[in-house]
Design a protein around this ligand. Structure first.
Ligand SMILES: [Zn+2]
Length: 477
């Protein structure tokens, strides 16, 4: 019996990990065991603790990993998998591999820093606190990555083949089409990873990469994300709101802190700031992109021109590399980062992580949240249980580095920057399918998002849709 087992991103938006097992007896013998994505759990403690649990099958028995994209909730557990004995190939697109090089190294570095911090203040329940993996372990796992181009067919075993198609979510992002030959019958599975916005530049402004998700798919089994299953993105242009918030903050002498994922979202936002400054809509104040991978991220971004939208090509032709722009600084070292704290004149700080779960943005938030002159602008999804969620939800204080920090700064959220399709866009994409999948499993959503999307798909499309449960095994028929 071939089956899929949902080992993460079921009931939550993090920890994406789906095991495909084609063996008849279920123990992997006589078949192949492949993980689609290998993400880290983030957010609430009950989820994060799952990062420390072993998989239901030994890591060394997994034959391969197929990775959809370089977000930590899809790739962040790979170093741990290798630490636990996995030695197979990790297939990904060339841009995803480049991005993983910086994202995973940064993650290892952060885990070490966090463990060292908790040991120093002695606040860990685990004594001593340990990193999930180290920087060295994160770098060591990069040797297992193998590049697969979009559209290239890859045969992993007599019964298992796959290819990547465009997901249009972030640079390098893909969906995985898997074809299984089971008892002489071909079975097509589609794992969407995260699904990008549809093509409309006005609804999804500042999109770095080209086009919407691959259309005209066929699938017997569809495993699909549901992050925005219960919310529609605003359809208006976010720029007027952004101009208003930044201008008001500067007028009262405050600074703006923007928690943002260091890759893609930061570049997209920085290009928008540049355009607004050049158009005279916001004052030309210093912009700091503060991340250990800031410079490398821009370099990777500039390397993969094959994925750009026309709009991005135009921006780069017009303004050149962001690394050369006057007034824009890219901090890589800890010292450069600390210097930003000394800046008391209005400035804009774009720093990771995007949900304030870790990273240098924590220093900036701890320093700037207590002052009502400042503003924090969220430009991305804030998962339940993250600091970003707490701050955005209007809480009076938030715990950072073990201390309660009062929240007096203005808090703003601009939702249009999302790289996830919302329900109308998902339906538009699903209507391009050439067949009705036998079954659709919804993953990567908070429970209410997944169940509302399920109801909508049943009502609008008449499909057989189920919400996947954590560790649930489903037979591939
Ligand atoms: Zn993603």
């Amino acid at each position: 019996m071939a089956y899929i087992q949902f080992l993460g991103a079921a009931g939550t938006v993090t920890g994406s990990k789906h095991l495909v097992n084609t063996s008849f007896d279920g123990d992997g013998k006589g078949g192949i065991q492949v993980l689609v994505d290998c993400g880290m759990f983030q957010g609430q403690k009950e989820w994060r603790e799952r990062n420390w649990q072993e998989l239901p099958i030994p890591a060394k028995e997994i034959d391969a990993v197929i990775l959809t994209h370089a977000h930590l909730d899809h790739c962040g557990w790979i170093p741990r998998l290798v630490k636990e004995g996995f030695r197979g190939p990790i297939y990904a697109t060339p841009a995803t591999i480049d991005l993983c090089g910086v994202v995973l190294s940064d993650s290892g570095h952060l885990q070490e820093e966090d463990a060292a911090f908790y040991n120093k203040i002695n606040k860990s329940k685990h004594s001593p606190a340990l990193p999930l993996y180290t920087l060295e372990e994160a770098q060591d796992c990069l040797q297992y990555f193998r590049a697969v181009q979009f559209g290239e067919a890859k045969q992993l075993s007599p019964e298992f083949a796959f290819r990547f198609v465009h997901a249009a979510h972030i640079l390098g992002s893909s969906m995985v089409e898997i074809t299984l030959a089971l008892s002489g019958q071909a079975r097509r599975m589609l794992f969407t990873g995260d699904i990008g916005r549809m093509r409309d530049q006005n609804i999804a402004p500042g999109k770095v990469i080209h086009s919407g998700p691959q259309e005209g798919e066929t699938a017997d089994v569809l495993v699909m994300e549901s992050t925005y299953g219960n919310r529609e993105h605003p359809k208006d242009d976010p720029r007027p709101e952004l101009v208003k918030v930044i201008t008001q903050t500067v007028q009262r002498g405050g600074s703006v802190v923007v928690p943002a994922f260091a890759i893609e979202r930061t570049q997209k936002f920085v290009f928008m700031l540049k355009e607004l400054m050049e158009a005279g809509q916001i004052p030309k104040i210093p912009v700091f992109c503060d991340s250990p991978m800031a410079i490398k991220a821009v370099q990777i971004f500039l390397k993969h021109t094959e994925e750009y939208s026309e709009q991005t090509k135009q921006l780069i032709r017009q303004y050149g590399s962001p690394l050369t722009w006057e007034g824009f600084s890219f901090a890589s070292t800890a010292q450069e980062s600390k210097k930003i704290n000394d800046s008391h004149a209005p400035c804009i700080i774009v720093s990771s992580s995007g949900m304030a779960t870790g990273g240098r943005v924590l220093h900036h938030l701890a320093q700037r949240l207590p002052n009502p002159d400042n503003t924090v602008i969220f430009i991305g999804y804030q998962a339940l249980g993250t600091r970003g969620f707490t701050i955005k939800s209007g809480a009076p204080e938030v715990k950072i580095f073990g201390e309660m920090v009062p929240i007096r700064a203005q808090i703003a959220a601009i939702e249009q920057f999302s790289d996830h399709a919302d329900p109308p866009e998902l339906l538009e994409w699903l209507r391009t399918f050439r067949n009705k999948p036998g079954v659709t499993y919804l993953v990567h959503g908070d429970p209410s998002a997944s169940s509302q999307l399920r109801d909508l798909m049943i009502k609008e499309l008449g499909w057989n849709v189920q919400v996947a449960q954590w560790q649930q095994k489903v037979e591939i028929q």
